[in-house]
Design a protein around this ligand. Sequence first.
Ligand code: UT7
Length: 327
Amino acid sequence: MKAKITGVAGYVPPQVLTNHDLEKMVETNDEWIVSRTGIKQRHILKDPNKATSDMAVEAVKELLEKTKTAPSEIDFIVCGTVTPDMTFPDTANTIADKVGAKNCFGFDINAACSGFLYALSTGARFVESGQYKKVVVIGADKMSSIIDYTDRATCIIFGDGAGAVMLEPSESEFGIIDEVMGSDGAGREFLHKKAGGSLLPSYMEEASMDKHYVYQEGRTVFKFAVTKMAECVTELMRKNNLTKEDVDWLVPHQANIRIINAVADHAGFPIEKVMMTIENYGNTTAGTLPLCLADYEGRLKKGDKVILTSFGGGFTWGATYLKWAYD
Ligand code: UT7
């Protein structure tokens, strides 16, 4: 038994933050941002009363409509996010409540930019067990809630967004075939948010405002991202006897166009085979991969060989190989 993706949907909030808007907020310019990252704009959830779950709900509602699924049919919801609505309870169950999924259980996965890939791995195992028939896998982040808009090194990269896929059982060749996953906790030094956990609770005097924002040593993260994604994509292709000609689509995490190009180059993929949304959405953390699939859904054909790959805080990384299951 395999798990196959039977539908995908994405959502970004309407408010757009362009590079020119950022020029008025920090010392930067459009030319630097585009040439160093490939990003022209990102979407921001401005409504102070809305959170990560609200974006995910929009994606899940569209997903249910597209796959003609009633909320009551969902068995399990798994949500990758580092910006849960609250520290607890998990956002997956808030989403379930808001879409009226009364017969399911759910939980969140905290794997930063690899959140969706880790959630997909988890969801696939639940389907493969034979016990769960309709599993919703979500990647969603309201990064604007943890970004310092006076820090030009981080505020130019991140955006808000959510995406979701439906997983169902497959007894054919189509579906999720293999994966190579990894993590290294030593990487926490280079990419993290210090305050708000049990080490430095928000109410402590030491939990100054800057410790509530994303801290990133960009150059170090960049190097690890290229190395780890390139390694796991190569390993996955080797394990599955795939040549670069065999693979129809590479779906890389959208953090920086230079990282994407380096990973694609290493595996030998021409840029036409690489899904790219970074220009319009920036880095939506757990949202990038399902947003790519949603935007390219019309170009995906049944049987297409697809490799998804990601790298993020933790460090976490991975690559997943699947055969697309529908036209
Ligand atoms: O999503 C998962 C994990 N995250 C990533 O994968 C992100 C990985 N890292 C990156 O994408 C890049 O490292 C950044 C986009 C964050 C930064 O780009 P970079 O090319 O690595 O720049 P840098 O940090 O090496 O800085 C180069 C210069 C510095 O000036 P000096 O010291 O050479 O004078 C920075 O101060 O660029 C300066 N700089 C900027 N200049 C204009 C940094 N940010 C900006 C900016 N506008 N926004």
